[in-house]
Design a protein around this ligand. Structure first.
Ligand code: HPA
Length: 282
């Protein structure tokens, strides 16, 4: 029997965070950001004031990051007038977490009254006509080929309906705002469809050829479970990929984690400037 979480788990995490937020004199949060590989610098920057850092292990029932390059901490602070939650480190299916655990922060955010998310990742570039490493890509949609889902199992009505629409979660207005901000900053912001692969192995060249044929532009091992949970909760989200490498088979060069981290580190400045502007104007 597939185990499904109980509401008490989520409630305990949310209650703890609510208390910490109120205790720090911060207002109700309206927005949360999940920071992908190598994209965590913004949360530590001066843009985030009255900052409070909560290691995931201190939050009741919260999963903890197992990947060495991700911090595993929640940064809460103000950007302008807004209280924003930054998840610095996320939970991947390939680490051994159940799908519902990979989306756990999103469900907790819903209980905190958060209705908007920015979900970011490092991704491989499939569509070589339009994309190259270093590009930022606004996600318009996704393709998930693995059967598991964060909402498999008993439906939790406190989050949403059993069957729910997936057409609105990649929010049009948030995308338009991101494009406007990028334009003002002179940053090229592309658009694309994200293919989710469970990993942790990178894809084979044949898998990438298939993904390109079915309409995917970028590929990665995160984001989609969180997007599904966000849609379930009726949230709106902005998905942003940083293309860190050409996908398998494009150049034939060996694929490494180092390349992914090196390229996302180079994109940090333009990525941080973009999400800063988006957060302030949302
Ligand atoms: N494939 C899957 N995940 C990734 C990639 C990739 O090429 N690059 C960064 N994350």
């Amino acid at each position: 029997m597939y185990t499904t979480p109980t509401m008490e788990l989520y409630e305990a995490s949310a209650a703890y965070l609510r208390e910490r937020i109120t205790g720090a004199g911060l207002g109700d949060p309206a927005l949360a950001v999940i920071l992908g590989s190598g994209l965590g610098a913004y949360a530590a920057s001066d843009a985030v004031v009255d900052r409070m850092v909560i290691p995931y292990r201190e939050i009741p029932n919260f999963p903890t990051s197992t990947v060495s390059y991700q911090k595993g901490e929640l940064v809460i602070g103000r950007v302008g007038e807004k209280t924003v939650l930054f998840f610095n480190g996320r939970f991947h299916y390939y680490e051994g977490w159940e799908m519902w655990q990979t989306a756990y922060p999103v469900n907790v955010c819903h209980l905190l009254g958060i209705s908007k998310m920015i979900i970011t990742n490092a991704a491989g570039g499939i569509n070589t006509d339009t994309l190259e490493p270093g590009d930022l890509v606004l996600l318009t949609d996704h393709i998930k080929l693995c059967a598991d889902s964060p909402v498999r199992g008993r439906n939790e009505a406190a989050f949403g309906e059993r069957f729910f629409d997936m057409q609105a979660v990649y929010d049009k207005d948030m995308r338009a705002l991101a494009h406007a901000c990028a334009k003002e900053q002179g940053t090229t912001l592309k658009e694309g469809v994200y293919a989710y692969m469970a990993g942790p192995q990178f894809e084979t060249p044949a898998e990438i050829r298939m993904l390109r044929l079915v309409g995917a532009d970028v590929v990665g091992m995160s984001t989609v479970p969180e997007m599904i949970a966000a849609a379930h909760c009726g949230m709106h989200a902005l998905g942003i990929s940083c293309v860190t490498n050409f996908a398998a088979g494009v150049t034939g060069a060996p694929m490494t984690e180092e390349e992914v981290l090196e390229t996302s580190a180079k994109a940090t400045a333009k990525f941080s400037a973009l999400i800063d502007a988006v957060i302030r104007r949302l």
